[in-house]
Write a protein that binds this ligand. Sequence first.
Ligand code: GLC
Length: 638
Amino acid sequence: MFRKFLYGTPFPTEAIVEEIPLCQETLPYLTENINEKGQRTFCLPLAEEDIVYGLGEAPRGINKRGHIYESFNSDDPYHTEEKRSLYGSHNFLVVSGKSSYGFFVDSGASVTFDIGYTQYDRLTITPSAEDFVLYIIEGDNAYDIIRQFRRAIGQSYIAPKWAFGFQQCRWSYFTAEDVREVVRQYREHHIPLDAVYLDIDYMEAYKDFTVSEERFPHFKAFVEEMKEQHVHLVPIIDAGVKIEDGYAVYEEGKTKGYFCKRKDGSDFVAGVWPGRTHFPDFLNPEVRRWFGHWYKGLLDSGIEGFWNDMNEPAMFYTDEGIQEAVDYLKDFDFACNDSNKFFELGSRVGGLANRRKDYAAMYHTVNGESLCHEQVHNLYGYNMTRAAAEAFHELVPDKKILLFSRSSYIGMHRYGGLWTGDNQSWWSHLLLNIKMMPSLNMCGFLYCGADLGGFGANCTRDLLLRWLAFGIFTPLMRNHSAFGTRQQECYAFGDTEAFRGIISLRYRLLPYLYSEYVRACENGEMLFRPLAFDYPEDIVTRHVEDQLLLGDSLMVTPVYEQNAVGRVVYLPEEMRFCLFKGGKLVKSEILPQGHHFISVALDEVPLFIRKGGSVPLYEAAESVDRLADEPVTCLTFQ
Ligand code: GLC
């Protein structure tokens, strides 16, 4: 049962594609109020046993209860527990207990979800804007509600099969030679590889849709050369367009009035990687079409995959912000003996990035009318990605192009996947990656993954191995690391045998993973599910957050703690335990329902086959296009 409540005249996000009639009823379980800031709030009592699933890309656990979250797409690489927002805004949650309710707040502006934070027995939803749509979904259980929601938001993006291969990224491989070396090393060590990424340094001065002739000469031939080695190159595209006379994207965007504005109608300026930039007004369909067609040059060079970045949009600084800091410094009173002033100085000068004040000073033009960015902030990355996807549909209709984004909103799941942005080489971020997968799947994002090994900070060999041992199950399987950190390629830690073994298993399982993924996209199902969704009668499963069901036949139980030699697993029923080493099955035993300790060495991968399950295993290959048509065996448990 889907109910739609309309408040004011919201900007149409197009998150929901199913026709849902407006509802006038008042629901007995929901209290509507106006808070002290004049904002509308919706309050639902939470029973002791209620679990709250959802919010897609958000910090903390699968059960979101006990914290306060704010949907506001944020460029913040430290996904620590106290954070309220990450890169995506996915305003869908399900309260699951004796009764189950789903809520989707459809708004491009920020929304706060106080999930038993202020009061443990209360959920309070507060949209910041006056204009929004609230959807309330009733169903038999959490998964039933999720299925209804997934049907309403339309089919998820399906990535090409090669994009299920292992992918290597780094900020940056600066030259074609650097890329060749990465590929050479992977091939020499026989570690499978399907893609290498081009981060911002492939461009000329970080200008979108340019390629540095000096560092990547004869680009088209280079793309072809890599394809001959079964490797796809995947370039980054950033949201900001460099302000530079003579640069065609800038000149054309400016002449046609396609950039976001300041209140006075001048083009809004913010500093990002290229220096001062303008942001294309992606909410305008004409601008989307224009920007999308700029991808053509790279498509013509043979590129078949892209990652859209910095599209919250991230702002390092604005002229206005710098001016305020400079004025503050000019008037700084050195004689004042107040340490609070010292802290204020730090935040004035150090807090220039992504200021809410700057977002509030940016405007979109929608149907000839000016709309403040604050009202639609969370839709920006979504519409950048939509611009690309719509252009691909027109330019290369018969080809599946890999496309994913950093910033997102529900609706974008029809156009591309996502990666979970800049994480860190921390064990806690491996666990966060595990917990986030089902939440993302609920919201329609199936082609997704985290930067394996962690983006910021220095990765260690054991962390990368454990992370890969989980990453082999996530659709996007990409190792990525930041400038200035230790090299993180699988050959950078000495002995490569363990890496080869783990990644080979991905390829052996790939046909199963890809077909389960496509099926989940087509049928509006979740690829990764919490155990409680399939075993609702078993109350222990309600609190298991570090094991996931994957497709119909598998349960994955990653090891995510340093120095662990294995882990405790919970089996809701009898299952077949399979342990892989070197890509080969080295242990297979049937374990009864209950808790078990399983030993898992650093070079091993555990998985469980469920009753009735069947998983075909293929011969390992070094790239997806070299996988055989027929499996060599089948892991079953009848
Ligand atoms: C951002 C991206 C990251 C990329 C970097 C440089 O931080 O999230 O993935 O490597 O920019 O482009």
